[in-house]
Design a protein around this ligand. Sequence first.
Ligand SMILES: [Zn+2]
Length: 74
Amino acid sequence: MGKAVSCKDIGYECMFTACAETEAELFEKTLEHGRVVHGMKEFSPDFYNKVLSSIREEYCDLEDELCKYEGCCC
Ligand SMILES: [Zn+2]
């Protein structure tokens, strides 16, 4: 079992789902995605809270990790 968070749960029209073993790793992936795909430069405490409350327990199939790079969504 891993942890997953979907970009659309944080409020974007986006198919990206980040998945990781730990919360810390999940945050890293989510922030990276925000920077690369959504051009976010800073992350507010609000954003962190949104991510935190959107995290769900899910089986982590890394093959399912979609939309990692710029231009593949949105
Ligand atoms: Zn996204």
